[in-house]
Write a protein that binds this ligand. Structure first.
Ligand code: UD1
Ligand code: MG
Length: 451
């Protein structure tokens, strides 16, 4: 089926109490609008049109990042959902096929649900997505007669009898493009809210003798986000779904409710995730890795058999090869660690490459920033970096080389060399005892004076 996706995203979202347009608030690290675009992408749309209004420029930029082929159209004034779809008319003037309308603030409609709507479209001119609402509140009510949808009545315009209906409108609608735009042209705003209601399409289609039906989905899929509370609910729904999906793929989570995932987190089977791990965007973990408690990962790749944490931080560009070990209070940024390399304690490795089987001692720092520019540290294979080494980049440590603990390395270290770069130690016999005595006598004198 040739399909165009239209996502309505012009509303202000007053109840979010935010300077950011509502649809750009994030769930699992991606704007809710992007989640809606991803749902719609399941139908493999030939065109994507986003209707934006409030925060037009920022919405447009976000859409361009995610899908450069999508068109963003402006709905200058928000006069209702039909008026919003109408803003896409020109962009779709040459389009032959169906249009599916989604809301940018309703990001969780499942791809399977949209596929069921597409199936129902075969025998019906218009297909609407409905749900049984636990609390129908102010949702539009679907007036059904058997399988036929007779009308959608907005809460503000509904009679008490209609308000008693619990089958509600999600807002998602599917219809042939040409007939949808021709029906929208007939919609008027003579209702309680003086808005152009997209829902009026149903009555117009019925008047034209067309068949209209509703497909039902879970209420969870139609959660509309209007406030920060809804946003937190949406996050919870997303996280629960994503954790389950990973566990079904063979990932162990000891305490799933404490693991935060991103919209794009990829984790291979037989990987173990301990409690309280945070995955920011762009993380891929291969099979059989082990991510220990309280670790924070974003924009990184962890290979098979690697062990990370507890309390580790992998920042963007951290690339861990097989069997790498990253221990507690270690931060890795824009750095490649080859097979079997170890950074087990209290270190910062940034803008660096570490060769296979090298060992980085506790407290090592790659001093990558000179206050203006970033510089690279290159460490070869099977090198041994002594504890508390400062590697002042740009600097290279060769294969099999060693640095002495406490060294400040400012020059390259050749392969297999030992670099000693610290002050020479001097021991003064008996000096500590004398110093203690002197200090104690000073303290006694001071205590007497202060009485
Ligand atoms: C709409 C439906 C209602 C349904 C409910 C589900 C209509 C008339 N009513 O009501 O039946 O139960 O959604 O949540 O369609 N928007 C624009 N431009 C506008 C108006 C709205 O882009 O001029 C966008 C909003 O940003 C939002 C979506 O359309 O993403 C829905 O608008 P909203 O005002 O929330 O509609 P509801 O009154 O909730
Ligand atoms: Mg709404």
């Amino acid at each position: 089926m040739n399909i165009a996706l239209v996502i309505l995203a012009a509303g202000k979202g007053t109840r979010m109490k935010s300077d950011l347009p509502k649809v750009l608030h994030e769930i699992a690290g991606a704007p809710m609008l992007v989640h809606a675009m991803q749902s719609g992408a399941a139908l493999d749309p030939a065109r994507v049109v986003i209707v934006a209004g409030h925060g037009f420029d920022t919405v447009k930029a976000t859409v361009a990042d995610h899908d450069p082929d999508a068109t963003v159209v402006l709905q200058e004034e928000q006069k209702g959902t039909a008026h919003a779809v109408d803003a896409a008319r020109e962009a779709l003037a040459d389009f032959e096929g169906d249009v599916i309308v989604l809301f940018g603030d309703t990001p969780f409609v499942r791809p399977e649900t949209l596929a069921r709507m597409a199936d129902a479209r075969g025998e019906n001119a218009v297909v609407v997505l409905g749900f049984e609402a636990a609390d129908p509140g102010k949702y539009g009510r679907l007036v059904m007669q058997g399988n036929s949808l007779e009308a959608i009545v907005e809460y503000a315009d509904a009679t008490d009898e209609q308000r008693a209906i619990s089958f509600c409108n999600s807002g998602v609608m599917l219809a042939d493009s040409k007939s949808l735009f021709s029906m929208i042209a007939e919609i008027e705003s003579d209702n309680a809210q003086e808005e152009y209601y997209l829902t009026d399409v149903v009555g117009i289609a019925r008047d034209r003798g067309l068949s209209v039906t509703a497909v039902a989905c879970d209420e969870e899929e139609t959660l509309g986000i209007n406030s920060r509370l809804h946003l937190a609910d949406a996050e919870e729904i997303f996280q629960t779904r994503a954790r389950r999906a990973l566990m079904e793929l063979g990932v162990t989570m000891q305490q799933p409710a404490t693991v935060m995932l991103s919209h794009d987190t990829v984790i291979g089977r037989d990987t173990i995730i301990e409690p309280n791990v945070y995955f920011g965007p762009g993380v891929t973990i291969e099979s059989g890795a082990h991510i220990r408690a309280f670790s924070h990962l974003e924009g990184c790749h962890v290979s098979r058999g690697a062990i990370v944490g507890p309390y580790a931080r992998l920042r963007p560009g951290a690339e861990l090869a097989e069997d790498v070990r990253i221990g507690n209070f270690v931060e890795i940024k824009n750095a490649t660690l080859d097979e079997g390399a170890k950074v087990n304690h209290l270190s910062y490795i940034g803008d660096a490459s570490v060769g296979a089987a090298s060992n980085i001692g506790a407290g090592t720092v790659t001093c990558n920033y000179d206050g203006v520019m970033k510089h690279k540290t290159t460490i070869g294979k099977s090198a041994f970096i002594g504890s508390d080494t400062m590697l002042v980049a740009p600097v290279t440590v060769g294969d099999g080389a060693m640095t002495a603990s406490g060294s400040v390395i400012t020059q390259d270290v050749p392969a297999e060399a030992l670099a000693l770069a610290r002050a020479k130690q001097v021991n003064k016999a008996g000096m500590a005892r004398k110093l203690f005595e002197l200090l104690k006598s000073k303290k006694v004198k001071r205590d007497k004076e202060s009485v």
